[in-house]
Design a protein around this ligand. Structure first.
Ligand code: ACO
Length: 332
C-alpha cells in the first residue's frame, strides 16, 4: 500500500491585545528589564482579558488556519488541542473549540505535553492522516498561561505569555515531495518534579490550604530545566533531521519552542545554524508553552520567510519532561 504523507496546508495564530512589558513587571515584583532581557530574551508578552479564554484564542487561531488552508469547518474530521491551561478540567478544551468553530464532523480531544504539546498533537495528526483514519485535521496550541501563573513569584511570572497558533494537516500533494518528513517524540517521567503544578488534580484537590500556599500555579527548577532543555532539544533535533534523510545544513528554518533565547541559541549552535535561520518571537511573546511553535510558524509563513520547498525544523521541550522534533518540507 502506498504511504500517505501528511502535510501542513495552512496556519493561523492569535495574540491578545494587552501587552505586559518588563517595566510593567518591575512594578509588580522585585525585578527589572536589566535582569529579564539578557537572561531570557523577553521584553514583553501578551495577556488575555478576563473574558478571553483559552478556547476563544484557540478558536480564532483555528479559524485563521482553516481560512489559510481553504478548508470548510465541515471537512475537519479531527481536532486536537494542545494546552496546559484549558478553560476547565472537564470537558476537553477541544470540545469547546469544536463548538465555537462549528466543526460538526470532528472528533475532538486535548493533548497535554506542555511546551512540546503542539508537536505531540502534530504527531497525532500525522498518524491519523498516514493511516487514512482522518483526511483533514485541525491542530491547535493555545494557552492562557496568565491564569496559572503566580504573579508574586518573580522566578516564573516573567517568563510566560498568552496566545494561540494552529495548523491544518491533510494528505500531501502526491509526488510533490512536500509534507512531514520526520516526527519524533519522547518523555521522561522521572523528571516530573522539575516543572509542575502541584494542586488542582486528584492527588491534591484544590482547598483553602492549597490556595493560600499558591500550590495551584506553575513551579519550576529553572536552572536544571535549562540544562535538560539544551541537551534534549539538540539531541532530538539532530535525530529528526537524520530521520528525514537530511543534513543539518539542509535545514532552511528552525522554528523552536520559545522558552529562553539562550536555549534557542545553544540549539542553533548544535545545528551549526546562524541565528538568521531561526524564527524567534520570544522578545514579544514570552513563553506561550504549547502555542509558541505554531505562533512563530504562522508569523514566518505570513511574512514570507518560509517558502515552498523550504525544509523547516520544529523542536520543543517542556514539562513531563517531554521533547519532540519534526521536519517539514513546506508546500504551497
Ligand atoms: N528578577 C530578578 N532576580 C531574579 C528573578 C527575577 N525575575 N528571578 C530570579 N532571580 C534571582 C534569583 O533569586 C537568584 O538570586 P540568588 O542568586 O540571590 O539566589 C538569581 O536571580 C539567579 O536565579 P536563577 O534561577 O539561577 O537564574 P537563571 O540564570 O537560571 O535564570 C531562568 C532563570 C531565566 C528561569 C532560566 O533558568 C531559564 O530560562 N530556565 C528554563 C526555563 C524553561 O525552559 N522552562 C521550560 C518550559 S516551561 C513549560 O514547559 C511550562
Amino acid at each position: 500500500m502506498k504511504e500517505i504523507r501528511a502535510a501542513i496546508a495552512g496556519t493561523g495564530s492569535y495574540l491578545p491585545e494587552k501587552v505586559l512589558t518588563n517595566d510593567d513587571l518591575s512594578r509588580m515584583v522585585d525585578t527589572s528589564d536589566e535582569w529579564i532581557y539578557p537572561r531570557t530574551g523577553i521584553r514583553s508578552r501578551r495577556i488575555a482579558g478576563p473574558q478571553e479564554q483559552t478556547s476563544d484564542m484557540a478558536a480564532e487561531a483555528g479559524r485563521r488556519a482553516l481560512q489559510a488552508a481553504g478548508a470548510a469547518p465541515g471537512e475537519i474530521d479531527l481536532l486536537v488541542v494542545a494546552t496546559i491551561s484549558g478553560d476547565s478540567p472537564l470537558p476537553a478544551t477541544a470540545c469547546l473549540v469544536q463548538e465555537k468553530l462549528g466543526l460538526r464532523n470532528a472528533t475532538a480531544f486535548d493533548v497535554l505535553a506542555a511546551c512540546s504539546g503542539f508537536l505531540f498533537a502534530l504527531d497525532v495528526a500525522r498518524q491519523y492522516v498516514r493511516s487514512g483514519a482522518a483526511r483533514k485535521v485541525l491542530v491547535v496550541g493555545a494557552e492562557k498561561m496568565s491564569a496559572i501563573t503566580d504573579w508574586t513569584d518573580r522566578t516564573t511570572c516573567i517568563l510566560f505569555g498568552d496566545g494561540a497558533g494552529a495548523a491544518v494537516v491533510q494528505p500531501a500533494e502526491e509526488g510533490s515531495g512536500n509534507g512531514i518528513l520526520a516526527s519524533l517524540t519522547g518523555s521522561d517521567g522521572s523528571l516530573a518534579p522539575l516543572l509542575h503544578i502541584e494542586a488542582g488534580g486528584s492527588a491534591l484537590p484544590t482547598s483553602a490550604e492549597t490556595l493560600a500556599a499558591k500550590r495551584g500555579f506553575v513551579k519550576m527548577d529553572g536552572h536544571t530545566i535549562f540544562k535538560y532543555a539544551v541537551r534534549n532539544m539538540a539531541g532530538v533535533a539532530l535525530r529528526a533531521v537524520e530521520e528525514a534523510g537530511l543534513k543539518p545544513a539542509d535545514v532552511d528554518w528552525i522554528v523552536p519552542h520559545q522558552a529562553n533565547i539562550r536555549i534557542i541559541q545553544a540549539v542553533a549552535k548544535t545545528m551549526d545554524a546562524p541565528m538568521e535561520k531561526v524564527v524567534a518571537t520570544i522578545e514579544r511573546t514570552g513563553n506561550t508553552t504549547a502555542a509558541s511553535i505554531p505562533l512563530a510558524l504562522d508569523e514566518a509563513v505570513r511574512d514570507g520567510r518560509i517558502k515552498p520547498g523550504d525544509n523547516v525544523l520544529f523542536v520543543a521541550f517542556g514539562a513531563g519532561l517531554t521533547w519532540a522534533s519534526s521536519v517539514v518540507r513546506w508546500g504551497r
